[in-house]
Every structure is written in structure tokens, then in C-alpha cells.
Ligand binder design. Sequence first.
Ligand code: ATP
Ligand code: MG
Length: 389
Amino acid sequence: MKWIRHILRSPIERGEKGLILKNLLLKNYRNYEQIEISFEPGLNVFIGENAQGKTNLLEALHFCAALRSFRTRKDKELIKNNQDHAYIKLETSNQDGEQKLELLLTEDQKKRVRKNGLSVTTISDVMGTVKAVLFSPEDLKVVKDGPQERRQFMDSEIIQISPRYYHSLKRYQKVIKQRNQLLKSPTITEEQLAIWDDQLSGHGATVIQLRHRFLQDLLAFANPIHTEITDNKEKIKLDYKPGIALPKDWIKFDLGELQRHFINELKKSRKMDLYQKTTHQGPHRDDVHFSINDMDVRQYGSQGQKRTLVLSLKLAVLEWMKQESGEYPVLMMDDVTSELDKRRQEYLFRYLKPIQTFVTTTHLEDPIKQYACGSVFSIHDGKIEKKEG
Ligand code: ATP
Ligand code: MG
């Protein structure tokens, strides 16, 4: 139990500070015409009625970490109606000093990114400048919905830490798209497919290996957190379910062995691929199985159990990112506090003390009030004001 306490209390005990988002400037972003705002290093609370711009603000901040919106794949939607561009400038600080990130979104061109005043041409060069974990009611989908949501969850966390993962994932997705297009061509032969399989298995093996490692590490962090939140009542398990057939001892495979195995599996399913015109095996079919006390959560878990599981996972991601990168990311919570009972809220804010946190809410509740001294902002119709006192 002692080591559990260590993990749970360690951020506070060590007094470690992570990344800090300092200043944000938004121009023509969603319902914001122009705002400039400075954040507090600890808790930042944004209060506002529905449809005032709370999620939009978190979306803009999170965009700087993920380089894509968590709500849409179309950057165009982020530009304020009747405007032709949106601009985000974010200034941050961490142990290494100050950084400035600028993003320009236009109607007809790819997004343009500048870091410390210099243009960035390769997106992976800027990944990791801002690291953020988002916790929103939508995250329940990770547990409730289909495997796509769980792959998305793994991807959005791992790409912030591993440029190698980002690169392999992007290449894999590109190759799979091309391979599937080719499969639809009436003249395609097995030999032609073989050419793609080399690339597919190379990038795919990296994706599989890094997802598996991520889940293993995540579980080690999530379990003590979850045990504490649930008063020792629940023990969770995460099982990686790879989208290719693998022998039991595959985790001992090195990357080369995994790739060779992947190629063999692709060979085995080639006939079926040609017949059904789609690629049957690969990490695009990965899934993760969640259980609580050996019970399948997706099927049998209560709403509250699912919510708490996601909370434990997100807090575990904070620790995982710290382990991998040496510093805590920032945390964003969109409208989630009202969904948690008082005990969970208390736990959350105690836990989060050393991490810069952005919380949106429609009204101030007790546990937030207690921890939110001097950092409450009100949002009304695309305008933000700091509340005094
Ligand atoms: P809730 O409490 O309901 O979640 P919220 O404060 O989080 O509300 P947001 O999702 O941030 O609300 O959205 C605020 C407003 O932004 C909405 O009224 C929406 O119509 C507007 N909006 C979204 N995209 C654009 C855009 N591209 N241009 C202008 N306005 C937009
Ligand atoms: Mg919202």
C-alpha cells in the first residue's frame, strides 16, 4: 500500500510543477472575435451559461497540443462565421524556458504553424510543445462506444509524447487507405498487394508495439488511482486486443519479429481482402477491453462506474506523460464536475493541485470554490472577464 500512496501523493509531495500555459490570444476563433487572456499557474475556472464559448476556449487550447480539434476534423469550422482566417497564439513556460506557438487557419490552405517565430513545416516537430489531457463528458464514449473511440483515445495521448508514433500512425493510415483503394480496382493481383504489405507491416508493427506499451504503463498508474477513488472496492484491467492474429507470447517479439509476423498474417488474409475489398488485419482494427473486478465494463458497468473509470484513465495519462516527457501536461475538464459526486470532486481537486488545470462549468460548486481562489473567469458571448476576489 505504501507505494500506492507514493504515486497518489507524489506530485504534491515533490512540489513538481509541469507545463504552464501563460497567455492566449484568439482572433476569429469560433465565437471569439478577439480575446487576450492570462492564466493562473494552478486552477483556472471558466463560468458561463450554455453556448457562450466555454468549450470553444478549451478547444483552442487543446488544438495547440493535438494540432487538431477534438470536436471536428474540419479546421474550417473553427474560423468565425463570415471571416476568412482564425489565429491562435499561445505562450507557455516550463523548466526549459518560454515558448510561443502560433497557428493560422485559413479557408483554403493547410494550417500554418510557427514556433518561437519560426515556420514549422513538419507537424511532428511541434508536437509535444504543448501537452494536454482533456476530460469531457464525451470521453464516456471511450468505454461505451465502439473500438474506434478507444483507438482514438490511445492515438490522441501517444502522439503528444512520441513523434515516432505520430509518424508511423500517419504513414500507416495513408498506406491502408491506398491499399483499400487498390483492393477496389478490378485488375488488382496478389503480387501488387505484396508491395504495399511491406510498408503496412513496418508502420503497423510500430503502432502495435507502442499502443501495447502505453496500455501496460497506463494500467500501472490507473489501478492505484482507481482503487483510491473507489475506496478499495474496484480493481481495473486493460487488455489490448490487437487487430491482427498474434501468438500468446507476442509481447516478447522485437519490432522485426512483429513485422515479419504481420506480413505473414497479411499474406494469409490476402484472398479474403481481395474478395471483400478491404484490409482485414492490422492496428486499424485494434481494440481495448476494460474490466472492473473481472467484469466487462462496457457490457455490465453502471454509468457511474464508466465515468469513474474514464476519470482514473485520464489521471493516469497525466502520470504517464510525466514519466515519458519529464513534466506534467496541463489538464482540461469540460463540464465534468457536475457529473461527479462530492467525494470524487474532492479527490480530483486535491490530486490536481500541482498541475495547471482548466475547468469549465455553468455554476460554481463547493469543491471548486474551495480550490479556485483568484482564478475565476466569466465567459459571456465570446468575451472573457476575470472575476475579482
Ligand atoms: P455549453 O455549456 O452548452 O457546453 P459552451 O459555453 O461550451 O456551452 P461552446 O460550445 O463553446 O459553448 O459554443 C459557443 C457558441 O459558439 C455557440 O453558440 C456556437 O453557435 C458558436 N460557434 C461555434 N462555431 C462557430 C463559428 N465557427 N463561428 C461563430 N460562432 C460559432
Ligand atoms: Mg460546452
